[in-house]
Structures are given as structure tokens and as C-alpha cells.
Design a protein around this ligand. Structure first.
Ligand code: HBI
Length: 354
């Protein structure tokens, strides 16, 4: 197939602002190319990925949807990079069998009926705004097979859960080394922003006095600053936004990954990255991570927003066999297993000509 991928308008690929969706797009390119599909990516200027054919588009970035409130009307910045990306797509659409949209924004959904080519919409977060829910539901009614998500719990946040294909996620396991023996430290991994509730993991580290390694892009500076001023004695260490190779090396030495999502995490790629290194995952029983972790086997599911239960779970880490974590990653979350699911979905969308 000839596949045109249209990225998120919140940031250039490899900037880290796109969060999990950057890893998903990177893996999709790799996996579809391995299957001899032709893949081109349309993304904001400054985007770069190794071995990817990227068309960089100028224009102003969009506001991250999760920083807005539900009733906010759709905001189109002046000279929107998203509008420019979709103008490019309109011009070249005849050269492709299917267009894959990764933007969590109103425009690509609205444009679906205006395009001759099929548009496969991959939704990368749970429901965040009424205007987006409304346009998605309207388009899903007409194009029911064109909608895919990571998980069931993510699909259930939308008014059209039954039409969503749940594709899960996948990572290139060859990049992640299984590590048998951890050191006495914990990990937290993700965009540093309020919806990720890093402060709960910092509190757990303060109580247990087990060092917490923090990986990821600081998306909200004053949120990060508040954590540092409010927890001066927490044994935390900020490691930055590392490449996968460097991240997995440090992550592999951790006893467990703490996941503290305040919102319905659509998936939680970071959970399968940890499992791939043999690192158990302790997560709030909420959203995607609750569908990835098997309580007592590959980590622990704790009552959402309970720091006390995080601490109890930390004390139970020795109950988990680290090889079971790696084994689950190989069975469920390899690039091949995920690629099969994603390719089958694109083929189902491609064949439907209106
Ligand atoms: N916000 N408006 C908007 N558009 C996106 O595509 C978007 C976003 N916020 C976050 C985001 N994408 C990704 O970081 C998540 O989908 C992972």
C-alpha cells in the first residue's frame, strides 16, 4: 500500500511534545516499511526521524488539547500548521491508498467527506472536548471502520465506543534489554504535565526514601518547579528526555515503574517499555495501563490517586518475576503483533471506496 501519515500539529516529530504519539508514528513507519509499504509523513517543520520520508510543513503549532477545558470551542491558530498539512494532503491524495490521521483536532475529522481518498483516524487520547466528540461522532456514523484507538477504556470515553478498533500498541523489542537484577531505585516516565500526576510518584519516593529516576520532557515548567519546591527532600533525579537506547539502559536497572495518570491514559507506551526491560509496573487502576498490567503478575494495579497504596505496592515488588514482564511484552506488544493489527485495519479502511 501507499500510506500517507499526517502527524500531530502540537509539535515537530522528535521534539517530545507529541508524547506517545511520536513513538507510535515512528514505530508505524518502521513496521509498514518492513512490510514493503511505501510510507510518507506530513509533519510540522523541524520534524525528523531516522529513515523516514518526512514532508515538513510551515505554520503555527496548535495548543495541546489536554490543556484546554471540555467546552472550549475549536481553536484554529492563524496560519495553522494543521490546515497547511491537510492542504498538502488534498493536493497529493491521489498518489496514496490511504491517509492516516494522528491529529487530535477538529479539522481532519471535518475534512473526511471532502477527500476522495480514505482517511483512517487513529485517536491518540481519551475524550477531551465536546466539540471534538461531536465532529468525531458525526464522521464515525458515516465512516464506522475508519476509527481506531489504543484501548477499550479509551474508546469508552467517546460517544461511539463500539465502532472503534482497539489496536493496542507495540515497540521494537530488540531495542530493549531484559535486565535480571535491579538496583534500589524506581522510575517515572512521561511528559511532565499535570495530567500525569508526577507529584504522587515523588511523594511515594519521599515516603519510601527509594530514589526516583524521572525521564521525559518537561512540558509544563511551573508544574515541575512546584514539585521541586514542595518536595525538597524527595530523593528524585531528573534524567531528561532520553533516546530509547539510553532510556532503556537506565530503566532496566529500576525495581519498578510508577505510573500515576490523573486522566484516562489512552494506552501508556511507557508501561510496555518497562515490561520489555523486565521492569514491573505499578499503576493507578485507570485507563490503558490497567489493561496492560496483570495485577500481581507483571506489576500492581492500585486505587487511583492513592499514594498510600502506591507505597504498599512498592513493598510488594519482590513478589513479581521480572522474566514474566519481558514475556508478556514479547507475546502482546512486539512490533510484529501490533503491526499485524494496524495493517489489517488500514487494509479494511483502504478497500472502502465511497
Ligand atoms: N493536542 N490539539 C492537539 N492535537 C494533538 O494531536 C495532540 C494534542 N495533545 C497531545 C497529543 N496530541 C499527543 O501528545 C498525545 O496524543 C499522545
Amino acid at each position: 500500500m501507499k500510506i500517507l501519515i499526517l502527524s500531530t500539529p502540537v509539535g515537530a516529530l522528535s521534539s517530545g511534545i507529541g508524547g506517545g504519539v511520536e513513538l507510535t508514528i515512528y514505530n508505524l513507519i518502521q513496521e509498514m516499511q518492513r512490510r514493503n509499504h511505501i510510507v510518507k509523513v506530513v509533519a510540522p517543520q523541524g520534524s525528523s526521524f531516522p529513515h523516514a520520508d518526512i514532508v515538513e510543513i510551515k505554520g503555527n503549532l496548535h495548543i495541546p488539547a489536554q490543556t484546554q477545558t471540555r467546552e472550549i470551542p475549536t481553536i484554529m491558530p492563524e496560519n495553522s500548521v494543521l490546515a497547511n498539512m491537510w492542504e498538502y494532503a488534498r493536493q497529493v491524495q491521489a498518489n496514496y491508498d490511504v491517509l492516516v490521521n494522528f491529529a487530535f483536532d477538529w479539522l481532519p475529522f471535518y475534512l473526511t467527506p471532502f477527500f476522495d481518498s480514505s482517511i483512517a483516524h487513529f485517536i491518540s487520547m481519551g475524550s477531551l472536548s465536546d466539540s471534538l466528540d461531536q465532529i468525531m461522532a458525526q464522521i464515525a456514523k458515516k465512516y464506522p471502520q475508519n476509527f481506531a484507538v489504543y484501548t477499550k477504556s479509551q474508546a469508552q470515553t467517546f460517544p461511539f465506543p463500539d465502532v472503534c478498533q482497539c489496536l493496542g500498541s507495540g515497540i521494537d523489542l530488540s531495542l530493549y534489554q531484559f535486565r535480571e537484577k535491579p538496583e534500589k531505585k524506581l522510575a517515572w516516565l512521561g511528559r511532565i504535565a499535570p495530567e500525569k500526576a508526577l507529584e504522587d510518584a515523588v511523594k511515594a519516593s519521599e515516603i519510601t526514601q527509594i530514589p526516583l529516576l524521572i525521564f521525559g520532557k518537561i512540558q509544563d515548567e511551573n508544574y515541575w518547579g512546584n514539585i521541586l519546591t514542595q518536595h525538597p527532600n524527595a530523593p528524585i533525579e531528573y534524567k531528561g528526555f532520553l533516546s530509547t537506547v539510553d532510556l532503556q539502559r537506565e530503566l532496566g536497572y529500576c525495581q519498578a515503574l510508577l505510573m500515576t495518570p490523573r486522566w484516562i491514559e489512552a494506552f501508556g507506551n511507557v508501561a510496555i517499555e518497562a515490561l520489555a526491560c523486565g521492569v514491573p509496573v505499578i499503576t493507578y487502576a485507570r485507563g490503558g495501563p490497567a489493561e496492560i498490567v496483570t495485577d500481581g503478575k507483571t506489576g500492581f494495579l492500585v486505587t487511583p490517586d492513592s499514594v498510600e497504596e502506591l507505597v504498599n505496592a512498592i513493598n510488594r515488588i519482590p513478589e513479581i518475576r521480572r522474566e514474566d514482564c519481558r514475556q508478556i511484552a514479547e507475546q502482546e506488544y512486539s512490533l510484529t503483533a501490533w503491526g499485524d493489527r494496524f495493517e489489517a485495519w488500514l487494509k479494511s479502511v483502504k478497500n472502502v471506496k465511497f
